[in-house]
Design a protein around this ligand. Structure first.
Ligand SMILES: [Mn+2]
Length: 403
């Protein structure tokens, strides 16, 4: 008999599906949140038959359970721990631990891809095209590689996962993987996935207008409240506001904070570990402890949301050699433009001392310090007209004097 304890997300359930394909009725699968895994492991040691092969995927155990697992292994118990989170690398010290973040070809791994490799290598499961394709979709989704590859199928697999119950998802996937040569979505699934896409788009649109900005340590963070679509939100908000180092997504009902970044210079697993959480460099989370609650909720609740940049402009566009015009909440106007080999910022028509090597650097500085947004064309054009008007006015006066 086997027992699999895995995460309750797509990657974790991917492991469950593989376990059921490999072991059939010989495996008991339990899906857990990050918080509930340790109770499950304790329950295993208190109640389960010690002949059972225990497999843990996609989640880490605490120190007490780490010791229990090692003692269990020493006493001849069968245990395998498979994970791809950087924060779990120390489990590689154990004979029963196998943690790989990046494989030998330089691809990021997922728990499902590691478990598939493990099962095939130990001849517990026969590789097939459909399963290989499914595993790759899960891997691309979990590592966010799908975005770079524009792999919509991977994104939609995760959307489908959230549209049905875990049991239903297992049933649908098992049947498809067993019966088809290749992995696919049927027509009904395609239809509901398209409806879901429209719904997500509207949700993200609303959330873009609720994000507040705050400085935490050396980092600038954007904070938003949301119960669902965390990955999509983290990604879209990150791209909308690239001057922010990371996005904090607060799920108050779940008493949790999620951290997401689109940047390589930030490791949000480090951010989460400051609050006893964990995860990946690009996605992590923690429980809202008193400290985290104060920092992310209490201290930021009064802040006003950031304003989006105007996107339908023809003249006032970013990086324009004629200048790009911004405004902040106090109606202070900023103009960014190139001068010689650098970029300058004019604040209320006075140049600030600092100069910047690129437009992006100048805009970063402006958005971090002033929370300014790119204004609409009409505001830009009327300000130009005013400027031209006043220049003409001065000229006229001079001419008059000469006469
Ligand atoms: Mn995973």
């Amino acid at each position: 008999m086997y027992k699999l304890l895995s995460h309750n997300d797509l990657d974790g359930v991917g492991c469950g599906i593989l376990a059921k394909l490999a072991f059939g009725k010989e495996v008991k699968v339990r899906y857990n949140s990050i918080a509930s895994l340790n109770r499950e492991v304790e329950w295993f040691f208190e109640n389960e038959d010690k002949d059972i092969f225990l497999i843990i995927t996609d989640l880490s155990v605490n120190e007490a359970n780490e010791k229990r697992l090692e003692a269990f292994h020493h006493a001849g118990g069968k245990v395998q721990f498979l994970d791809h989170h950087k924060t779990a690398l120390h489990f590689n010290e154990y004979e029963w631990g196998h943690v790989v973040v990046e494989d030998t070809r330089g691809n990021l791994t997922s728990a499902t891809s590691l478990f598939y490799e493990f099962l095939v290598e130990h001849q517990l499961l026969e590789a097939s095209d459909a399963v290989t394709e499914f595993v790759e979709l899960v891997r691309q989704y979990d590592t966010w590689e799908w975005e770079k590859n524009d792999n919509q199928k991977a994104r939609q697999l995760n959307a489908l996962f959230f549209l049905v119950s875990i049991e239903e998802f297992e049933d649908i996937m098992m049947e498809r993987l067993l019966q088809s040569e290749h992995f696919y979505f049927d027509d009904f699934e395609k239809k509901i996935l398209n409806m879901e896409d429209d719904k997500i788009e509207r949700y993200i649109h609303r959330k873009k207008r609720q994000l507040v900005q705050t400085k935490i340590g050396d980092h600038f963070a954007g904070i938003v409240y949301a119960e669902s679509y965390h990955s999509e939100l983290g990604n879209e908000l990150g791209k909308e506001y690239p001057h922010l180092d990371y996005i904090v997504i607060l799920n108050i009902g779940g008493k949790r904070a999620g951290f997401r970044t689109i940047h390589d210079h930030v490791d949000v697993s480090e951010v989460a570990s400051r609050f006893a959480g964990g995860g990946h460099a690009k996605a992590s989370g923690c429980t809202l402890t008193d400290e985290a609650y104060k920092l992310f909720v209490a201290d930021t609740f009064h802040l006003e949301a950031l304003r989006e940049d105007e996107k339908r402009n023809r003249y006032n566009v970013k990086g324009s050699p004629f200048g790009s015009m911004y405004e902040n909440r106090s109606e202070v106007v900023f103009l960014l433009y190139p001068e010689d080999d650098h970029w300058v910022i004019e604040k209320d028509r006075e140049k600030i001392d600092q100069t910047f090597s690129s437009f992006a650097d100048a805009e970063n500085f402006l958005k971090r310090n002033e929370e300014a947004w790119l204004v609409r064309d009409d505001a830009f054009v009327s300000s130009l007209m005013e400027k031209i008007g006043s220049v003409n006015g001065v000229k006229l006066n001079n001419d008059e004097k000469r006469v």
